[in-house]
Design a protein around this ligand. Structure first.
Ligand SMILES: [Zn+2]
Length: 174
């Protein structure tokens, strides 16, 4: 572990503390005297996702990110907001501490995150994930959002937008 200040290779551990899923170590560089912190984590792999049809596949952050990015496409979100959401959801999955999680567990985490971030992105994701049977169910969901949310995220477009309705119709047709 090289010192981040001088690049020295000789650092002493001066404090060590176990966190839930990491060990935090305070180190002191024996070359320049600087103190810095390192975290030792369990390598995040070996989590399997159980799909609705019973198939298992290894959890993939890339796949998670792809679904979220698609839902957030062209939405006027602050820089970094989508990455932060992906990070939070990934962390939530690892924090569950299980070797297997259901795809619906992940879906619910994404839905919760998107609902707080952007309603259009939420509806887009939900329409795919929940496969809204008809536009009436989608409308109910939109209405309940409007009621629950006193201060919608900034730049919120009116709901339901033609964009959402179109993508739902296209999906049912295909
Ligand atoms: Zn140093």
């Amino acid at each position: 572990m090289n010192c981040p200040y001088c690049g020295g290779q000789d650092a002493r551990v001066i404090d060590s503390r176990g966190l839930d899923e990491a060990v935090r170590r305070r180190r002191k560089c024996l070359v320049c005297g600087a103190r810095f912190t390192t975290y030792e984590r369990i390598e995040p792999h070996d989590i399997f996702v159980i799909k609705k049809d019973g198939r298992r596949e290894e959890f993939s952050r890339d796949k998670l990110a792809m679904g979220i990015r698609k839902a957030c496409e062209k939405r006027p979100l602050p820089t970094g907001a989508v990455d932060e959401l992906i990070d939070n959801i990934e962390a939530g999955i690892y924090e569950a501490g299980r070797r297997e999680v259901s795809s619906s567990y992940i879906g619910d985490l994404v839905m919760g995150g998107l609902k707080a971030l952007d309603h259009i992105a939420y509806i887009r994701f939900a329409s795919v994930y929940r496969k809204f049977a008809d536009i009436g169910v989608l409308k109910q969901e939109v209405d309940s959002l409007a009621v629950r949310c006193e201060s919608p995220p900034r730049n919120q477009l009116p709901l339901p937008s033609s964009e959402v309705v179109d993508s739902g119709a296209a999906r049912r047709g295909g």
